[in-house]
Design a protein around this ligand. Structure first.
Ligand code: F6R
Length: 592
């Protein structure tokens, strides 16, 4: 959610061009507007435009200077427009901000009464004005005095006429400092912006500040005491961020599902013993996450209860925090998040820790806020995911949850369960490479609404199928329990709707098949996604059939998810939508 990047190079280097290229790699964080501010230590110049980062390209030639900050925006306060685009300027000061300033209205009113003028509808512009008023030749002090007045979350970068440094501050929004191999130093909201530029970085802590110049980086704690920066490897590399011959990142990342599962299984051994320790004396598990991560949690609940016999609840993180959850030291909270930065999930973890629970993070992001907080982190080794819609990270999350449940279950069943997961990469590969989903994608693309349903694990996958389809194709969709069809949703079924029934468990096949019959009886279009040959035969000629490879029922969510995510992709492409950048959405939702 909003990508930011800064660069400080030696005198006469071209910082704007570098920041432009970095912002292009951060567009998954927002693509409503973009802007860059540049200085050579004297005047500050700004270019900002509504729309994607590319819109800045024609103006880059006029942005000369060795110090630049840039922003790609996901609008929260104020519509996407040139005026609301960052950087925001006040006199010789320019700022970029990721986060939300919750008390901006009060600050704006107060500053207006002091004669200040505002040019945007954003919450961020107050920061530029406050900084300018606080600046008396000392960047660090001015920034510290400014953030003291802010409520909310921020990753901030400031440049100022007459200064040869970028000043940065962070609270609850991610910020990394990169040490360049090229005589430059950098700052960014996340790693892809700095891929191939830096091999090491510092993850700035909450409440900390940084002063970045071409040959030096100074880090300060909240009391403005200098601290020794902890340096860690920066892992993003450009090769992994390329499309690799695919038309979209969503397709590329679906093709990487097998590797995501394989690498997550390999990485798991490193945390097994810590995990066992964390589960000691645990009588109850609460799984939390948002969107697709929550859907992975629905599957995880089933694994934990079936394999390990631990009562498990699943709650969306945005709800969890407001339900006065009954948590104590015998509760373990499993917080799932691709980015590890989703504000609701991070706050749910924080609340759980405060109530004495242990928190196990399941995340794709080793240096995220969630990782920092968690008692133990189980890595999802999906690699960078650029498409806004989660695919391979979700499958990696399911693999991690499967392994967690298998680790803490009885030794007698463990070997079998653990052995099974090794088949998953090949099964997913077969599905992604061979599945014939085109007819169903055409049916969905032309429909007025698509309803996914299933029982037990298929129900969890139906929820994910629906989210993915609406997110990338904008077709109204719902995912629900097959048994619920006759309790209301049946009223929506007609010739213009498509109902997709997932049937991967032979034991539930008969019951779920009833749902298909009910749809057909109401003249709805029906499709069946199944691993059960008899089901396919039963509906041949009456419904569209997508046959999946036969597998253990607890592994079926991996292949069924790959199938429905691929269906969403194909449908979006048929409708000429860009699945990588769905309208109104951004990848990391760092605001509540
Ligand atoms: C949907 C999607 C979102 C995310 C959700 C949580 O395709 O990607 O629903 O799953 O925003 O994000 P993370 O996992 O980063 O916490």
């Amino acid at each position: 959610m909003c990508g930011i990047m800064g660069c400080v190079g030696p005198a006469s280097s071209d910082a704007a061009n570098t920041v432009y290229k970095g912002l292009k790699k951060l567009e998954y964080r927002g693509y409503d507007s973009a802007g860059i501010a540049v200085t050579d230590g004297n005047a500050v110049n700004v270019v900002k435009k509504k729309g994607a980062v590319e819109k800045l390209l024609p103006s880059l030639a006029g942005l000369n200077g060795n110090i630049a900050i840039g922003h790609t925006r996901w609008a929260t306060h104020g519509k996407p427009s040139d005026a609301n685009a960052h950087p925001h300027r006040s006199g010789g000061v320019c700022i970029v901000h990721n986060g939300i300033i919750e008390n901006y209205a009060e600050l704006r009113e107060e500053l207006s009464s002091l004669g200040e003028t505002f040019y945007s509808e954003t919450d961020s512009e107050v920061v530029a004005v406050l900084f300018r008023r606080n600046y008396r030749g000392d960047l660090l002090r001015a920034l510290a005095e400014t953030v003291k007045l802010l409520k909310g979350s921020y990753a901030l970068m400031v440049i100022c006429a007459g200064e040869q440094k970028i000043a940065a501050a962070k609270y609850k929004s991610p910020l990394i400092i990169g040490y360049g191999d090229d005589g430059k130093n950098y700052c960014a909201s996340d790693e892809p912006a700095l891929a191939d530029k830096c091999k090491i970085m510092t993850v700035l802590g909450d409440g900390c500040f940084a002063l970045i110049s071409a040959d030096n980086v100074e880090i300060y704690d909240g009391g403005l005491r200098p601290v020794t920066a902890k340096k860690v490897p920066l892992t993003a590399v450009s090769a992994e961020l390329s499309l690799n011959g695919c038309s979209h990142y969503m397709l590329k990342e679906l093709r990487e599902v097998p590797v995501s599962v394989k690498n997550t299984v390999s990485a798991f051994s490193g945390v097994e013993s810590k995990l066992k320790e964390a589960f000691k004396n645990v009588s109850r598990v609460i799984i939390t996450g948002c969107g697709t991560a929550y859907h992975a949690g629905l599957i995880g609940k089933r694994y934990l209860e079936r394999f390990a016999g631990i009562p498990t609840e699943v709650q969306t993180a945005g709800e969890f925090r407001y339900t006065e959850p009954l948590i104590n030291e015998n509760t373990l909270v499993l917080a799932i998040s691709q980015s590890g930065e989703t504000a609701d999930t991070v706050e749910a973890a924080r609340l759980s820790l405060a109530k004495g629970a242990k928190v196990v993070a399941v995340t794709n992001s080793a240096y995220s806020e969630l990782t920092r907080l968690a008692t133990v982190t189980v890595p999802v080794a999906a690699g960078p995911e650029i498409c806004v819609a989660a695919t391979k990270s979700y499958t990696g999350q399911i693999a991690a949850l499967y392994l967690i449940a298998a680790t803490i279950c009885d030794e007698s069943v463990k070997t079998n369960i653990l052995g099974n997961i090794n088949c998953v990469p090949e099964l997913c590969k077969q599905v992604i490479e061979n599945i014939n989903i085109n007819t169903l994608a055409h049916m969905c693309a032309k429909s007025r609404g698509v309803y996914f349903m299933g029982r037990d694990l298929d129900y969890a996958v139906a929820r994910e199928a629906s989210l993915k389809l609406k997110e990338v194709s904008y077709i109204p969709s719902e995912g629900y329990a097959a048994g619920e069809l006759k309790h209301g949703t049946l009223a929506l079924i007609d010739r213009k709707t498509v109902s997709v029934v997932l049937i991967t468990d032979k034991e539930l096949a008969e019951k779920s098949a009833n749902a298909v019959e009910q749809v057909l009886a109401r003249k709805g279009k029906a499709a069946v996604i199944t691993c059960v040959k008899e089901v396919a035969e039963n509906f041949e000629g009456r419904a569209e059939i997508v046959l999946l490879p036969k597998c253990d029922k607890f592994l079926a969510p991996f292949i069924a998810s790959s199938a429905v995510q691929y269906l969403a992709y194909r449908t979006a492409v048929l409708r000429r939508k860009n699945p990588d950048k769905p309208r109104n959405l951004a990848k990391s939702v760092t605001v509540e």
